[in-house]
Design a protein around this ligand. Structure first.
Ligand SMILES: [Zn+2]
Length: 210
């Protein structure tokens, strides 16, 4: 379950770009290059504004994807009420305070109440929220809230472990500054044993991969 494949359709041209104003980003990047004392016309930088605009269109494509459209065709009615866990979903996002990447892994668990979600949808939900300007706490909560609101499970839990380049590269450099956030709803919040079962499962996994 650890090598979930990302669905390439998420990055199809239709979904890239959206309302992003590429010419405006290009002009702004040119101004940043000038402002830091660089020469935007020198060879290595000539196409940099264009590349950055394309990059932002891709990295910020999550704003333009309808969460319900991602999920709708993959909700299945199933009589199953044991915990479903999807561990180690890789993600890359941009912190909204510095526009620098933060990246890591997301662990998701839920206890169905008649409905389950196609497994490949979990990485797509993560990407949907990761490909925006984010703070880790909010991204964690958004993933949990979407699953709660769409599946109405007995409970949902999301844990995100991430490294933030804005912490690692700036100021006092802390190269292993790993931040962990969690969001719990329903049974994971009210039932200590359920929560502990989930946390034990994901810590076992982490230990195995290190
Ligand atoms: Zn930051």
């Amino acid at each position: 379950m650890t090598n979930l494949e990302f669905d390439d359709n998420l990055f199809d041209e239709r979904l890239i770009g959206g309302n992003i104003d590429a010419p405006e980003i290009q002009a702004a990047v040119t101004r940043i290059l000038q402002a830091i004392g660089e020469d935007p016309k020198r060879e290595g930088l000539q196409r940099t504004p264009e590349r950055v605009a394309r990059m932002y269109a891709e990295l910020l494509s999550g704003y333009h994807i309808d969460p319900k459209a991602v999920i709708n065709d993959a909700v299945f009615e199933v009589k199953y009420d044991e915990m479903v866990i999807v561990r180690d979903v890789e993600f890359y996002s941009l912190c909204e305070h510095h526009l620098l990447p933060f990246m890591g892994r997301v662990h998701v668990a839920y206890i169905p109440d008649g409905k389950v979600l196609g497994l490949s949808k979990i990485p797509r939900i993560v990407d949907l929220f990761a490909r925006r300007l984010q703070v880790q706490e909010r991204m964690t909560r958004q993933i949990a809230d979407l699953i709660r609101d769409q599946l109405h499970p007995q409970g949902v839990a999301v844990v995100v472990e991430a490294l933030h380049l804005c912490m690692m590269m700036r100021g006092v450099q802390k190269h292993n500054a790993r931040m962990t956030t969690s969001a719990m709803h329903g049974a994971f919040r009210s039932n200590l044993a359920t929560r502990q079962e989930f946390l034990a499962m994901i810590s076992k996994q982490s230990a195995a991969t290190i």
